[in-house]
Design a protein around this ligand. Structure first.
Ligand code: PLP
Length: 365
């Protein structure tokens, strides 16, 4: 029952909307009279085709994706796309630019070094990844084939609020949106490629979504594995091999739910409200809690914070868990705490966390 569920602040896999889980449960054994579960269906049967087509068309509605873009449902996580992008977009000698605002952007850059000539044109590492660069200061290579960003750094809680324009007008802006995908409206037409693992905002792990301008498809390097070639997947409507069928079905249910909420404008309003009360609680704690990220680029999705008395952090996490608020420990690379408050985190969950923080401070402050 609902009372059994915790408020799950995990960074991903993460909490999913309760009504989506209930709907999936009600269709688990017998999907809409098909006499079988979605897990048991042929990916080439008419039932699953209707599922994947509906998921794609609902995602197109949500993000207002034009017909100039292909939408691919792939496997391998966003990590696989760290290689897929240079392999599909570059020749081995091509220069490309990376802005590194956290660990994920850094991983993307490192993988690209195997397949093209990437350069880090800005890194926030020396400031412990708490900032986004000002765009006019960027030293972009005029010959760069693309400019890569991580739109929201899940571990460090740093989020682009607007986007840089590549210097070379033929260059592409490419974004890893894994942890803020479908959390707000995005002007897709600004990007050559947007990619995201599903397991934060839109479904279970195992599905990776790639939104790519169609004219970019079909130029993969010869060594590209067939599973990484966007042309293969685009020509086969993501059904070249067996796709992650159940995950795609779950993403479809989430897309329906987001549309029913009024679309991403409404979703963003809720996310802003949730983030606001949590950041306010941190900032108004007189230093008891601290968020290291520059205020103007704080993530609406992942809220990292520390305790002035860092020796109490273990107790904070343990006491919160006793009150059914789980997964608040920060990433092992940065320590402290992190509250991931994706679309599906109810307002009540954030309110409960804020109340707990005030109590904890009253006890220990
Ligand atoms: N990029 C970002 C921003 C992430 O948060 C993650 C998280 O896991 C990844 C990439 C890696 O995704 P995956 O585990 O799906 O490969």
């Amino acid at each position: 029952s609902a009372q059994d569920r915790v408020f799950n602040f995990a960074a991903g896999p993460a909490t999913l909307p309760e009504n989506v889980l209930r709907k999936a449960e009600s269709e688990l054994y017998n999907w809409r009279g098909a006499g079988m579960s979605v897990m048991e269906m042929s990916h080439r049967g008419k039932e699953f085709l209707s599922i994947i087509q509906k998921a794609e068309s609902d995602l197109r509605k949500l993000l207002d994706i034009s017909e100039d873009y292909a939408v691919l449902f792939l496997q391998g996580g966003a990590t696989t796309q760290f290689a897929g992008i240079p392999l599909n977009i570059c020749k081995p000698e091509d220069p490309v630019d990376y802005i590194v605002t956290g660990s994920w952007g850094d991983k993307a850059f490192k993988e690209a070094t195997k397949y093209c000539k990437p350069k880090v044109i800005w890194s926030g590492k020396s400031e412990k990844y708490t900032a986004i660069p000002s765009f006019d200061e960027l030293d972009q290579n005029p010959n760069a084939r693309y400019l890569h960003i991580c739109a929201n750094e899940t571990i460090h809680g740093v989020e682009f609020k607007d986007y840089p324009t590549p210097k070379n007008k033929d260059a592409l802006l490419i974004a890893d949106m894994s942890s803020n995908f479908c959390s707000k409206p995005v002007d897709v037409s600004k990007f050559g490629i947007i990619y995201a693992g599903a397991q934060k905002n839109v479904g279970p792990s195992g599905v990776t979504i790639v939104i790519i301008r169609k004219d970019l498809i079909g130029n993969a390097q010869e060594i590209t594995p067939v599973m990484l070639d966007y042309k293969i997947h685009a020509d086969n409507n993501s059904l070249y091999n067996t796709p992650p069928c159940y995950g795609i079905y779950m993403c479809g249910l989430v897309f329906e739910d987001l549309l029913a909420q009024g679309g991403l404008v409404e979703v963003e309003k809720k996310n802003m409200k949730k983030a606001q009360i949590l950041y306010d609680a941190i900032d108004e704690s007189k230093g008891f809690y601290r968020c290291p990220v520059e205020k103007s680029v704080r993530s609406l999705m992942n809220v990292p914070f520390t305790l002035e008395k860092s020796e109490l952090e273990g107790e904070f996490v343990k006491e919160a868990a006793k009150e059914n608020m789980v997964q608040l420990k920060g990433h092992r690379s940065v320590g402290g705490m992190r509250a991931s408050i994706y679309n599906a985190m109810p307002f009540a969950g954030v309110e409960k966390l804020v109340a707990f923080m005030k109590d904890f401070q009253a006890k220990h402050g």
